[in-house]
Structure formats: C-alpha cells, structure tokens
Design a protein around this ligand. Sequence first.
Ligand SMILES: [Zn+2]
Ligand SMILES: [Zn+2]
Length: 330
Amino acid sequence: MRAAVFHSSPAASGAWLSIEDVPRPELQPGEVLLRVIACGVCRTDLHIVERDLPPLHSRIIPGHQIVGEVIEGATAALPAGTRVGVSWVGGVDGNCWFCRHGMENLCDHLVFTGYSVNGGYAEFAAVRADFANPLPAGLDPITAAPLLCAGVIGFRSLRVAGVERGERVGLYGFGSSASLAVRVLHSWNCEVYVVTRGESHRKAAESLGAAWVGDEDAKPPVELDRAITFAPSGKVVVSALSALRKGGVVAINAIHLDRMPTFDYDRLLWGERQLRSVANMTRQDARDFLALARDLNFRPAVNTFPLEDANRALEAVKDETASGSAVIVL
Ligand SMILES: [Zn+2]
Ligand SMILES: [Zn+2]
C-alpha cells in the first residue's frame, strides 16, 4: 500500500515524510482493517515530525483522525463496510488504576494512533476494534475527519473547564479545535470571547458569531467564567488566567507548551481559580461529540490534499495558511 512514513533520522523542514510502498498491515487479534477514506492532519502530527514529541520508533505512519471503512476482521458491532472514526487514543490496557476509575484518557499504557502505532496517512490501517467509533449516519466522511481530534479534544476541553449553559467562555487561539468549540458553545447558549493573533483567525471567529474578538494582547471586556487555551504558549495561559472571575477555570488544550512563565499567584490564581491541562480523550468523549456533531450538522471547512502531498498538508498546519482543516484524502 502507499503510505506517508516518518523516519526518526532527521529530515529537512518540509520534507518530514517520505511517500513509500509498504506492506499492508497484518491484523492482530481484536483489530479491524480499515480502508482509509480520509485522515485529518493535526498540530500534534507536526510535533511528532518536528520531534517536540520524542520518536518512539525508527519509522511510523502518522495520522490520528482516521475515517475508514471496515474491510477485514468485522465483528457483530462492526460489520464489514461500517464507517468508523479513529482518534489519537487507539487503545488502553483496561486494568490500570485510571482505567478502573473512568479515566481511560490517563491510562498508564495508552496506545497513540500515528505515534506509538501506525496511523492513517496510508491506504489501509489496522486499528483496535474497540477504539473504532462508528460514524453516525449523516456525517460526511471527509469533513468528519477533523472532528476526530480537533473536535473531540475541543469538546473534552469544554468538559474539563466545566462549562455550563449560558456562561462566558474565552477561547485563546483559534484553529480548527476552537472553531468547532464555538459551535458547541453557541448550542449551549454561551457567549464566546476569542483572543487570537492573526487577522484571518479573528475574521473567522467573527464570522462564527463570537461576542467579542481581540488580538493576542487584548483583554476581553468582561470577566470570563471559563477559558480554553489552544496555543502552545505559556504566555497565553497566563493571559487567559488574568481574564477569569473568581472560581473560574482555564483548561489548557495543548500537548506541548513552550514554557510556563512565572505569574502572580495572589492576583491570578488566588480566589479558587483553577488551571487544568486537557490530556487525550475517552471513547465516551468521542462518541458524545460525534453524536452532537451529527445533531448540529457539523461540516467544518476542509482543505484536502492527496497522500502524495502529505508534507504540504503538514506545512499548511505549520504556517496556519489554510482557513479550513487540512485533510488527506485517499
Ligand atoms: Zn490531534
Ligand atoms: Zn489503563
């Protein structure tokens, strides 16, 4: 099969992946084989190929927003031809303390799609059947791809921040995750305040009906109940903290931060303000979000690339050039 492969030996920026013919994956017990229809490109993929996340293997096929069709290993729950979505969490051990306490996203032995095991930048992918989420009927397979990480993680961030209906919520940074979160927040009658650098991101936030939009140095005109930060920057986290009411929560939606600057505890965290990170996702998050995406008729704008152009797709994420989410279409 054709696949875009990341080799752990350093490559030049923009030439992170090589397009190769590789053997089709062999199914292990409990797995299904998918014919990949589309695979979303996520900022985490960029962290992988740029080694912000240390390589775990000498070669790996990235891609963790896979939409595919079951073609082998079908089960009663997943008959042949079922369309499924696979996310960043591709498996858990099921028996560690976290799994036993309803926190499988924190499992001690997580399997990461496209990082610890091969992902979806390929014609076929073998995935654990119990982590293949059936796509609700009515979701388009290509526009559903960016929902699987950006969307699910954005949704989980709202849960981690404890957002309640009608609250004032700040979104710091405005990529695909934030733009999907806006739609969810509006369906909960929340007011959305967006702080982001980049004119195109501010325009996008305005067009989605944000109550207020400001640049990276601006401060929302009201105190926020909750804030979610999407930028890989500790400075942004501190700026979000400074906009919170007492008892408010900042949820950090970033797998990697440059650094956390020192900040004034008395002024910014005192008053039971909370700072929480958002790590991975549970299957329940994925299924709840996909059902909501179907109900709200989500069709995020996408920018499609053939597999041969996987590097260009990563570059589009890096440069934040495209207005839609990058998706590799097979
Ligand atoms: Zn991702
Ligand atoms: Zn576990």
